[in-house]
Write a protein that binds this ligand. Structure first.
Ligand code: UDP
Ligand code: MG
Length: 315
């Protein structure tokens, strides 16, 4: 009998977690598979860890890993991937926005149609502010133009994958992790399953608009070097423009003679170019900062407490 591992990153999910557990176990029992549920406590400030301990003490299929602080969802998922032992591995949010009821169909698709992974895609963004949806759509259009990774609009992290695919994800050891890009970059045959957006059952989202914006910039920097070449293109364009303007000035001097006008526009041009230079310096700085972090080879996560004796606690 094949085994399914469900990885659930949790940050302040004390209300949602028991509801998630109940629903997941109901579905998994109906599927007649063996399973493990790996709850990763990502440095929650509420009673999430106590809830996890309770669930683990009443059910042998539940394992918990408690990280030593809030490392972020990406690191929490990575901790889950490193510790999952199932033949098929799924990542799910604790808030029931990723319905466990889709799991049986997802498993069927992998086992019967030869896919390596079934990923989910929201077909609408119900319950989300329109401005956020607009920015999200633009982000996906942009990142697909400028990077190799195939990143699908509306893609969620919720997906069921084979062991081989998860092994590949664990091998991707970068510390600046952007899962949507990593899933796309490693390839494998992926089936996209559309579903209606569901609002979270309890608690609140951890994503402010600003956090999402930074996440989008991180995604672009992690999976594309196009911003780095922008400055060269811009520089070339400006050189060409200044050359044309120079010709204009020479012609004007020869035809109309000279006059001391135009100091205001000169200042504007100086300020504009100064701003542009700082902007591009900033882009280079972003890449440099990422490289700096990568070269330190710090662990992705640190587990401070777990009910699993053989848990991989630092990686
Ligand atoms: N999460 C986490 N660490 C964080 C932020 C979020 O483990 O620093 C978890 C969170 O508990 C949830 C999942 O990641 O299970 C998705 O978070 P959320 O529901 O806030 O995101 P949304 O669904 O709104 O995109
Ligand atoms: Mg959610």
């Amino acid at each position: 009998m094949s085994k399914i591992s469900i990885i659930v990153p949790c940050y302040n999910e004390q209300e949602a977690l028991p509801l998630f557990y109940k629903e997941a176990v109901r579905v998994l029992n109906d599927m007649k598979v063996s399973y493990e549920i790996i709850l990763v406590n990502d440095g929650s400030k509420d009673q999430t860890l106590d809830v996890m301990k309770q669930l683990a003490s009443s059910d042998d299929n539940v394992a918990y890993l408690s990280l030593s602080r809030n490392f972020g969802k990406e690191a929490a998922m990575y901790a889950g991937f490193c510790n999952a032992v199932g033949d098929y591995i799924a990542v799910m949010d604790a808030d029931l926005q990723d319905p466990p009821s889709l799991l049986p169909e997802m498993l069927d698709i992998i086992q019967e149609q030869g896919y390596d992974s079934v990923a989910t895609r929201r077909v609408n963004r119900k319950g989300e502010p329109p401005i956020r949806s607009w920015f999200a759509r633009k982000f996906y259009q942009l990142i697909n133009k400028i990077s190799d990774a195939d990143i699908v609009d509306g893609a969620r992290d919720f997906r069921l994958m084979t062991r081989a695919m998860v092994d590949a994800i664990v091998e991707m050891g970068e510390c600046n992790r952007f899962s949507k890009g990593i899933f796309g970059w490693i390839g494998f045959k992926t089936y996209w399953m559309p579903y209606e957006n569901v609002e979270r059952v309890a608690g609140e989202t951890k994503w402010s608009f600003w956090k999402l914006f930074k996440y989008a910039i991180d995604g672009i920097i992690n999976f594309s070097s196009v911003p780095l070449s922008l400055s060269s293109w811009c520089g070339m364009g400006m050189t060409l423009c200044s050359f044309l303007v120079l010709i204009g000035i020479i012609v004007r001097r020869l035809v109309w003679g000279d006059s001391v006008a135009g100091w205001a526009s000169t200042v504007c041009v100086i300020v504009f170019i100064g701003g542009l230079q700082l902007f591009f310096l900033g882009i280079i700085g972003q890449y440099l900062a990422k490289m700096y972090l990568e070269t330190k080879h710090r662990p992705h996560y640190i587990v401070s407490e777990s009910n699993r004796k053989d848990a991989i606690k630092i990686k």
